[in-house]
Design a protein around this ligand. Sequence first.
Ligand code: ADP
Ligand code: ADP
Length: 230
Amino acid sequence: MEVVKIVDLCKSYGTGEMKVDAVKNINFTINKGEFIAVVGPSGSGKSTLLHLLGGVDIPTSGKVYVDGIDIFGLSEKELAVFRRRKVGFIFQFYNLIPVLTAEENILLPLLLDNKKIDKKYINELISILGLEDRRGHLPSELSGGQQQRVSIGRALAYSPSIVLADEPTGNLDSENSKEIVDLLKLSVKKYNQTLVLITHDLDIASQADRIITIEDGSITKNEVLYNGKL
Ligand code: ADP
Ligand code: ADP
């Protein structure tokens, strides 16, 4: 089943001499539960594409459909709701709130929305992430790997359809990176969520179901992997 459809997507920044075509006429679809790795040189448009997918950046032209909804056809208010409920973002720098505990950071998207907390789901998530004994810790009391696990928890708290991760292991050593990607894979597969992950690490990319290569704003390769092999 198709969860994301991207049609003739373009994004330019600036005008005239300063104009940069960051994303050029991109088309592709993503199936439910799929794990896609996005690779490519620095400045090739990977983050821009991810931001467009998550509705945090507006395209110059083209469309993004998520669960059949034309997200840029939504009102600003509806788009904000879409971002909060349907998309989970994970960044290289964890962007945790320093004065909130691990558990409060995880629950934050739900608290901001006055949403009833599904304790069973949240407890299961905290347990998958191995954070049971870290619930009450502040981010400053956690290791880098633990902080990233909290930010995964926050991204998954709403049980989003798509999880978007921009270099989530860029700040971690290789052992922690492997653990984080294993956990991400485990959680998204368990809940049949779709994962789109930008990485420079080919070991990590090789764990995906599909690798998309972006060069100079265009998709130059779209390769399905079978058990980590092309
Ligand atoms: P990547 O994630 O592959 O490193 P980006 O999507 O960040 O690439 O950037 C693609 C191009 O768009 C680059 O040339 C970058 O400088 C430019 N760009 C990205 N964001 C902005 C912005 N907010 N304003 C102007 N140019 C931008
Ligand atoms: P890892 O190897 O998992 O990244 P660290 O070696 O950074 O972990 O930390 C080991 C343990 O010490 C972790 O369980 C973490 O909770 C704790 N810890 C790390 N930094 C701090 C800190 N600034 N204050 C309190 N506890 C910390």
